[in-house]
Ligand binder design. Structure first.
Ligand code: ZN
Length: 199
């Protein structure tokens, strides 16, 4: 399974002070994220992807932020009736609009073709509407979102209910409530404190 869409969603995180930090807020941060995710993009594309070939400008950043909003809106739908991440609960797209955005991004990759070199194994490749790195990045992100939401992993998606957390995570065990042991510990301490001071 590709983790690219989940990784993109995780660029919105708790800032440690009760607020929300956006890992794609600036061009520098977006460049850093794209650099780090090169291998995940390559995994979706089924061929090498060199992030250094992609000039990250405002257009790329805005498109990534748009696909992220679509992914997070659909994640909110996936965890329903449990409440969505608090980070953007007031800022979610209508499902039809989120689906349109995600599908449009994935469409950049075109359709699947079979390649079978004389000396080698048959392999599935995206025909691609373009070999532009920008189109490949957005296409890979969109495709990863589709594969995730249409696949079995969707059923393990959870929004961490800890007060100071905005994370979506994959539940490994049915008893797992929190995204991490540190969220669980913090919540247990909070609840203990609230009970002690409730009356
Ligand atoms: Zn958490």
């Amino acid at each position: 399974m590709s983790m690219l869409a989940l990784d993109l969603a995780a660029t919105i995180r708790h800032d440690g002070h009760g607020g929300v930090a956006d890992g794609l807020a600036t061009l520098d941060e977006t460049r850093e994220w794209v650099q780090a995710k090169g291998p995940l993009v390559a995994e979706v594309l089924g061929r090498p992807f060199d992030p250094a070939m992609l000039p990250v400008d405002d257009d790329v950043r805005e498109h990534l932020v748009g696909v992220r909003r679509a992914v997070r809106s659909l994640f909110a739908r996936a965890v329903s009736p449990a409440p969505p991440s608090k980070a953007d609960a007031d800022n979610l797209l209508e499902p039809a609009e989120a689906l349109r955005l995600l599908n449009e991004a994935a469409d950049e990759l075109g359709t699947t073709h079979l390649e079978w070199p004389a000396e080698g194994e048959p392999a599935m490749r995206w025909s691609g509407r373009s070999s532009e790195p920008r189109a490949l990045l957005l296409g890979a992100v969109g495709r990863s979102g589709i594969d995730f939401l249409a696949g079995p992993e969707r059923l393990r998606l959870r929004a961490c209910p800890a007060a100071r957390c905005v994370k979506y995570f994959l539940q490994d065990d049915p008893r797992q409530t929190w995204c991490s042991p540190s969220c669980g510990n913090r919540e247990r301490v909070n609840r203990h404190y609230q009970r002690k001071h409730a009356g």
